[in-house]
Design a protein around this ligand. Sequence first.
Ligand code: A2P
Length: 339
Amino acid sequence: MGEKSFQVAVVGATGAVGNLMVKVLEERNFPVKGLKLLASARSVGKTLPFRGADIPVEELKEDSFQGVEIALFSAGGSVSKKFAPIAAAAGCVVIDNSSAFRMDPAVPLVVPEVNPDALVAGPGIIANPNCSTIQMVVALKPLYDAVGIRRIVVTTFQAVSGTGKRAIEELRGQVEALVQGKEIPRQIYPYQIAFNCFPHIGAFLDNGYTEEEMKMVNETRKIFNDPSIGVCATTVRIPVYYGHSEAVNIETRTPLSVEKARELLAHAPGVRLVDDPSQLAYPMPLDAVGKDETLVGRIRLDPSVENGLAMWVVADNIRKGAASNAVQIAEALMARNLL
Ligand code: A2P
């Protein structure tokens, strides 16, 4: 791949996803020449380890991007809205984990296993899709290519880490309070999340769906470049720390047997088939944590429609659903000589 290496910045480096972006850059041995860690003024004075050194966290400012070539953003939508265009104007390739630019027609929305051809050269913004969308399209890509997909019905079971560090602490605090018979602390979610679940992720919209549900509809169509796919999503927050699970039903354009679907998925990039009910082998969040693969199992015919298939899809939401996909986008740009 040559000896080229890059000046990289991570915006939101002290957050759940940003922190992992730093770890994934190290783990995947991304060619980093220099690393700049950016967060709010609150975090100045902290350091984060990278390749044996302690790197100081700096305050994000308008002039933070001088000399930076790749900027990975995960500090929320409002920070991205303001600073991603500033970084792009300073010559950076921005890989943005927020939803701020995903549906902008000028911004590529990329999962490297699915639509790497959407990547373009030069400074600008590339959007990292929503975590639930990423793992679903990784699992559906080989089936889409083989037989086409007319319609998707999906229900998600999403971990609290998707909301951020403070939500992880909220679940932990609630579990402790329950065990000790104390009053349940609650700040982040509208209801108790410990030993509960709610079908509510993101704000409710006029059509009765939530923002998260509509992200799955719109982003799936954009990534497959196929506005004809029907998608109906129900997104549910569950009391799991890491790892999103999804029950996915698809209606394919032409018939697809369970055996053929298994064979396609067994060879698909980024997928690990875990599908042997006789051995109680099916994907679970605890198995997906710490991995970059999307686990697929419970593949069976859906007899309620003509060409129906049902499956269960699990991935680490802050790795493949966020940090790892962002670093893989940078790797794909590099592999295509677009950096
Ligand atoms: P900080 O730790 O200094 O608040 P999470 O999604 O896990 O809550 O993390 C959010 C990340 O975004 C953190 O790194 C946080 O930094 C960063 N962040 C939030 N608001 C700002 C801001 N206005 N400027 C820079 N970084 C921000």
